[in-house]
Design a protein around this ligand. Structure first.
Ligand code: GDP
Length: 420
């Protein structure tokens, strides 16, 4: 599932890591060692000074102390000399250079907030002390990642990720990475992976209804919970309704299905066949009957029989068909479903997202079920659809059997595409 999306992200992580060459890594590690050694030397010198000071206050030792201090100073100055500019001119030059670097970073990250670690953390303090100015890190600049992120954006678009989603991922990753200080290649890989994880979680987390809780809540009021399923023909809508019904049956509920797709030849027989398979009551009229009347009868049946849940099938129609959309609105006026769930086929990528948008505009969608995720390598619809219409994916269809449905959790998807 979503293999191609996973490949794209791991490619990006690899390419960004490659910006930090093995030679740079080696140098950084060497410098790190030097820094540690220098720090130890200074510590030793300080320790010696304080011990000597306590031991003896005699003039002979004072002389010795002075000697030790002068040794320390000379050692410190040696350390400073290693990295400090030698004269005022070069000092000015360096300052100018660093300001220019900061400016170019600011220019190219305009509108992007710097991460907390930028210039304010431990490293900055160390640098301010003037003692540890070895180049122990590289700072990620927009130049290091812009081209790679642009490539990622194109790859995501090719993989049917919606434009606004691809743009947001790239923007968020850039915001996260630029200004980060890195010591070794594995840091870059980790930072990039984390940045992608954050970006994707932000996109996938959308507040929405909890089906089971809502059904239980409705049950307490004595009124059945009514779900209207909408979506285009062939996406797997009847199979999905049957999967949901089957899940509730297995948990001890007694759902009723309303065969309100009275438009398509064979639709009533098809859903009746599923209902029979899973042992659920179906309310059906003749082909061509008023879909709202079928839904009304199903709700009346549920009320009379104290059944907790009514699942209303609707004719799978193109989102552009105004008359048929009006019929759906009539079902809404007559039975007032608690929620409308859009069923979309993950394999249709951008089409599924566009359909969801149209259905949401026309009848208002509260949640999404994406079918055929088991066969979907691209993952574009799964990544985009909830964000685009700001409604959560509730379930994924993962096969043709009644049990082949899983609740959708953003964390799970993040792991699928960025897990080890
Ligand atoms: P409808 O016209 O929208 O009601 O679509 P159907 O429910 O009849 O499903 C169309 C086809 O998609 C059928 O062959 C289903 O078995 C298949 N299908 C539905 N959901 C899934 C799914 O999650 N995974 C796979 N692989 N096939 C599915």
């Amino acid at each position: 599932m979503f293999e191609s999306l996973k490949k794209k992200f791991s490619g990006t992580i690899g390419k960004i890591s490659d910006q930090f060459s093995p030679e740079e890594e080696e140098k950084a590690l060497e410098d790190e060692k030097k820094e540690k050694k220098a720090s130890n030397e200074i510590k030793d010198a300080e320790d010696k000074t304080s011990v000597k000071g306590k031991e003896d206050k005699s003039s002979e030792d004072e002389t010795h102390l002075k000697k030790t201090e002068s040794e320390k100073k000379s050692r410190l100055s040696f350390l400073r000399r290693k990295s400090e500019p030698k004269d005022e001119d070069s000092l000015k030059k360096d300052e100018k250079g660093s300001k220019q670097h900061e400016k170019s970073l600011d220019d190219s990250t305009e509108g992007i907030e710097k991460p907390d670690n930028d210039q304010t953390g431990e490293n900055a303090e160390e640098e301010a002390s003037g003692l540890f100015t070895f180049a122990t890190h590289k700072t990620i600049s927009p130049k290091d990642i812009d081209d790679i992120l642009f490539e990622l954006e194109l790859a995501l678009l090719e993989g049917d990720v919606a434009l606004e989603v691809a743009e947001q991922i790239v923007k968020s990753v850039k915001q996260d990475l630029v200004g980060r200080k890195i010591k070794r290649r594995s840091d870059v890989a980790k930072f990039t992976k984390d940045a992608l994880k954050n970006a994707i979680s932000d996109i996938l987390i959308v507040e929405g209804p909890d089906l089971k809780k809502s059904v239980n809540k409705a049950q307490k009021t004595g009124e059945p919970y009514k779900i209207m399923f909408v979506g285009v023909n062939g996406t797997g809508k009847t199979t999905t309704i049957s999967k949901i019904a089957d899940q509730f049956v297995k948990e001890g509920y007694t759902p009723v299905i309303a065969a309100s797709d009275t438009f398509r030849a064979g639709a009533i027989e098809q859903i009746s066949h599923h209902a029979e398979n899973i042992g659920v009551k179906i309310i059906r009229h003749q082909k061509g009957a008023d879909p709202a009347a079928v839904a009304y009868d199903a709700v009346e049946h549920a009320r009379a029989q104290k059944k907790e849940l009514v699942l209303i099938d609707t004719a799978g129609r193109m989102q552009t068909n105004v008359n048929l959309m009006d019929e759906m609105k009539k079902i809404q006026r007559v039975v007032k479903p608690d929620i409308a769930i859009f069923v979309g086929d993950a394999l249709t990528g951008n089409d599924a997202v566009e359909q969801a948008r149209k259905f949401d505009d026309a009848v208002g969608v509260d949640g999404i079920i994406l079918t055929k995720a088991d066969a979907d390598a691209k993952g574009g619809a799964a990544l985009s659809i909830g964000h685009v219409i700001n409604k959560p994916i509730l379930y994924l269809g993962v096969g043709q059997g009644y049990g082949d449905i899983m609740e959708f959790h953003p964390d799970w998807m993040v792991e699928q595409v960025l897990g080890d």
